[in-house]
Design a protein around this ligand. Sequence first.
Ligand code: NAD
Length: 350
Amino acid sequence: MPVFSHIDFDHHEQVVYGHDKASGLKAIIAIHNSNLGPALGGCRMWPYANDDEALRDVLRLSRGMTYKSALANLPLGGGKAVIIGDPHSGKSTALFQAMGDFVESLGGRYITAADSGTGVAEMQIMAERTRHVSGAEMREALAGGKRNGDPSPSTAYGVFIGIQAAVKHRLGRDDLRGLKVAIQGVGQVGFDLARQLKQAGAELWVTDIVEANVRRAVEQLGATAVKQQAIFGLDVDVFAPCAMGAIINQQTLEALRAPVVAGGANNQLADASLAETLRCNECLYAPDYAINAGGIIDVYYGRSGGSAAQLKAHIEEIGATLTQIFQRADASGKTTVEIADQLAEERFAR
Ligand code: NAD
């Protein structure tokens, strides 16, 4: 399978294939760039239809991690791992031990973490074989007490901070009292974001494909439930995508009325050109990989052992980074996505 001529190859430093006959492990680790430090990124398990799909995913995702970590001011490079397999039926202790050995073989150039299809339990198994794993430990929680390695509370806090910055920039408002926010997806990140917005006095509209998640937001936070497609056209101040990717597309853009799009979901734009359409519509878009970096910051602190106060202060830098992106975008007439990429490249010294 060609790597150097692959459309998603972007000067990746290392792309390594790993196999273990006994456990059936088939995995790829890609290190995109390590100028700022060891490459950190999640280990995804997915039933890829073929090796090329897995390669494409690992090339794109590892590159994205370089940009995300640089924007988050972390001394980390970008990397990612993919395991070809079904996370519902294909998991075993032996598989993740072998994956741990694979990660260890790179000697710390790549540090792994949980991602789609993997979680704290799998990180704990890998940690039996390698030190280069994050999210297997118990640590101090943002809100006090102890917690496991789940980074979603930090992601939600970063999105909350990012919404504050976007609302100040676009709407000139310093506080969120009475702010109208529509949230698509009230799972781990979306619900915790909703809770913080509610505490700050915002009014909430929510949707989710899981009815119980909607009910929880309605009952616990007084949110208004709306149908899935209705979430885009609401007359609100902020649309916060917190479900899946590619939800900003031609069709949803036509319905979208919010002057701010700021949420936790990864890869929100169906294609990069939509950033320009958003700009022309005077809709301020907070680039997803800038606003949802709370999770990677959390993972970094889980490894480096910083305190909850240090973690919180670092997550709050997301606000300053976004403000810088918004101001530069205004001054240059470029999209927030172009500016975010530029800023990241300045930081990792492309
Ligand atoms: P989650 O699975 O807990 O929550 C996602 C929610 O969206 C679920 O409740 C799901 O039912 C709902 N959903 C799915 N499709 C939907 C649709 N079409 N319409 C409405 N709701 C829908 O996941 P999460 O951890 O909260 O992550 C949410 C998003 O944030 C994902 O895109 C994820 O990649 C991204 N993200 C998460 C983290 C993190 O720390 N968890 C970090 C960075 C980015």
